[in-house]
Design a protein around this ligand. Sequence first.
Ligand code: NDP
Ligand code: GDR
Length: 361
Amino acid sequence: MKTALITGVTGQDGTYLAELLLDKGYVVHGIKRRASSFNTSRIDHLYQDPHDPDIRFRLHYGDMTDATNLISIIQQVQPDEIYNLAAQSHVQVSFETPEYTANSDALGTLRILEAVRLLGLTEKTRIYQASTSEMFGQVAETPQRESTPFYPRSPYGAAKVYAYWITVNYREAYGMHASNGILFNHESPLRGETFVTRKITRALCRINLGLQDALYIGNLDSLRDWGHARDYVRAMWEMLQLDEPEDFVIATGEQHSVREFIERSGRELGMEIEWSGEGVDEIGIEKNTGKKIVYVDQRYFRPTEVDTLLGDPTLARERLGWQAEITFEELVREMVAADLRIAKKDTLIEKAGYRSFNYNE
Ligand code: NDP
Ligand code: GDR
């Protein structure tokens, strides 16, 4: 029975990965942050009573900014595999918290690698580093592949470039089985509510049920290669099963705009969205009702933007036998269906005289 440690287990990918590894028979340890309220809603269905003798899923308090804590957890767990998913993962937020983002995302990765080395686990423990297409930033070529040069466009992207290279360096310097998955955007019903896809599906479902009037959005023309998180965590696991460590681009090879994501989500709800105006004055109008439901809002534009990302997953297909199975259409459908269920629940709450949470960021 293998033992895995997941940092960032309470996040989108951490949840799908924990499910996958538990299904494969692993003992799974996860690191969660201390918060003043419960912060484990995504993984509550995996919770096991710590008094149970056969427990296979355990949580430890920890933080990527706390080296001694990470050393102590890794010493205790003696993991066969570490999946380093923890990060301040929001690109726009990284402009507001650049130092913290560097500390958790860049130095946090160094702390994990150094802990494994100091504890003498370099032979035993394999490491997956959650690298990102944001490292390509201002793209040097399209599509982007493993050899495409990096040009990050945010404090987040820059921190992840450090994490990428320190992972490569520990592999080369100490012979560690440490690999970077360069993952392009991947989404799901578990996606954080302020990333663009989830923001769109959540808002349109609420608009559809009359809980909210409008969606305020940034760059409609931004292009992304969007996959499903459930597919992408399979690639993480496959990478650590290779005899030799290697870095891989994980992507669908298909690109869509934010505008298209809005249109397709609308269609799932029977709403046809038409566009009027230009630039920051552009608005989306629902054809059947004539209501203005999408407004462009300057506050969601970034100081420096990544306009276009498109990945070439050929190497992953050849070496890992991996390819994305869930289509863009299926992804949007699943996200809309999930958010519609939540919006219906909120409707009941409002009907009962209570207010539902109308977070519109
Ligand atoms: P999420 O934002 O959903 O999850 C991030 C996780 O990291 C959460 O569990 C969060 O805890 C935890 N975390 C944040 N800061 C710290 C810290 N200082 N110490 C300990 N834990 C911390 O991200 P995703 O699941 O979407 O992404 C997983 C990883 O993959 C991230 O590293 C991200 O940067 C990277 N990535 C994501 C892509 C995507 O499209 N989703 C694409 C490429 C890379 P809490 O719940 O308490 O906030
Ligand atoms: P991204 O994801 O920055 O690619 O990072 P996000 O969904 O935040 O943005 C995608 C694109 O949509 C544009 N956009 C908006 N984005 C947000 N969040 N809110 C808006 O209102 C909005 N309007 C337009 C953005 O400008 C951008 O171009 C994600 C994260 O998961 C990272 O951790 C990960 O590394 C990369 O994907 C790959």
